[in-house]
Write a protein that binds this ligand. Structure first.
Ligand code: IMP
Ligand code: MG
Length: 185
């Protein structure tokens, strides 16, 4: 028995469904950005698993870079209250076609902050690709140009998304049964 079995309420999106959808997104992005100077920007750490699968489905030349944000004024399993930059890009994005790659858009506060911040660096274009969209929870409206799945208002983990920083390695997106879950330490 896997350690997560006791608090896994259900597998919301299994590995095959994730990979099928990511292949579709990769094909769509490859068409849309043909002849452009594309850079994928991954927001650490949740977006990393999605990024590496997505970039391998993109057939046009592109760059990747990483940034991280820290949020405060919220608990570990709540979404961002206030957001600030904790790791900046290494790449100059001026004039480039920037596609932000995120695991999940929840309140929208993180993406709203990152979009505003990146816009000041004058990219040629700036769009958002999010694997999951928890629309019901939106506080700040944000554009999602490429969306993997709309999901209900439940806490999910796996495929890059963490449960108190663990379980990002799972190949599926699962729902946590918060009554049965006890933190690792
Ligand atoms: P937002 O700023 O509220 O949109 O929150 C976005 C961030 O909160 C995501 O990038 C995730 O890191 C985290 N998050 C939101 N919902 C979940 C969830 O259900 N599971 C794991 N992380 C989540
Ligand atoms: Mg994230």
């Amino acid at each position: 028995m896997q350690p997560y079995q006791e608090f896994l309420a259900e597998i919301l999106i299994d590995e095959a469904a994730l990979q099928r959808r990511i292949a579709e997104l990769g094909a769509e992005i490859s068409l849309d950005y043909q002849g452009r100077d594309l850079i994928l920007i991954c927001i650490l750490r949740g977006g990393m698993v999605f990024l590496v699968d997505l970039m391998r489905r993109i057939t046009i030349p592109h760059q990747v870079d990483f940034m991280a944000v820290a949020s405060y004024g919220s608990g570990a399993r709540q979404s961002a209250g206030h957001v600030r930059l904790s790791l900046d890009l290494q790449t100059d994005i001026r004039g480039k076609d920037v596609l932000l790659v995120e695991d999940i858009v929840d309140s929208g506060n993180t993406i709203a902050y990152v979009l505003e911040f990146l816009q000041t660096r004058q990219p040629r274009s700036l769009k958002v690709c999010a694997l999951l969209d928890k629309e019901e929870r939106r506080e700040t409206p944000v554009p999602i140009h490429y969306r993997g799945f709309r999901i209900p208002n439940k806490f999910v983990f796996g495929y890059g998304l963490d449960l108190d920083e663990y379980y990002r390695n799972l190949p599926f997106v699962g729902v946590v049964d918060l009554d049965k879950y006890k933190p690792e330490t």
